[in-house]
Design a protein around this ligand. Structure first.
Ligand SMILES: NC(=O)c1ccc[n+]([C@@H]2O[C@H](COP(=O)([O-])OP(=O)(O)OC[C@H]3O[C@@H](n4cnc5c(N)ncnc54)[C@H](O)[C@@H]3O)[C@@H](O)[C@H]2O)c1
Length: 112
């Protein structure tokens, strides 16, 4: 089993990824890593054979098609997660939190 976690480098994702890797479940993380690089976010288990990391943008549909095709399950956590961050650039926030969601669902359904 492999799980694609979109936004796996954030607050919730990093905790979830650690638990899954500890259970020896294959995890593929796609994240922009806007807070810290993956070596820091996954400190202590970055080198695990159960963890694969891709730094990229979920709005890149070709990339998402590729990653979804390699995954059995998908957990979507990527977002601009709080009001002050959203207000810094509302267009970007809307693109990430809202506009790319349906295209992403379409990619996931296509693979099933
Ligand atoms: N943190 C909480 O206490 C909490 C509570 C309830 C629900 N949630 C929900 O859980 C989800 C995740 O929250 P969080 O606190 O982990 O957020 P977070 O901001 O810590 O993490 C979001 C991650 O998404 C990534 N990201 C943003 N745009 C991206 C893009 N275009 N492509 C790829 N990656 C991108 C960021 O780099 C970041 O690592 C959200 O839907 C949030 O509403 C969080």
């Amino acid at each position: 089993m492999s799980i694609l976690i979109i936004g796996g480098g954030g607050f919730v994702g990093s905790l979830l990824v650690k638990k899954l890797v500890e259970k020896r479940i294959n995890v593929l993380v796609l994240d922009l890593f806007i807070y810290a690089p993956p070596e820091e976010v996954f400190l202590g288990f970055y080198e695990s054979e159960f963890l694969q990391v891709v730094k990229g943008d979920m709005r890149d549909i070709d990339l998402m098609e590729n990653l979804v095709s390699k995954s059995d399950n998908i957990i979507h956590l990527a977002c601009i997660s709080n009001d002050p961050s959203f207000e810094l650039n509302p267009d970007l926030g809307k693109a990430i939190n809202f506009e790319c969601f349906y295209p992403l669902v379409k990619v996931c359904k296509k693979e099933n």
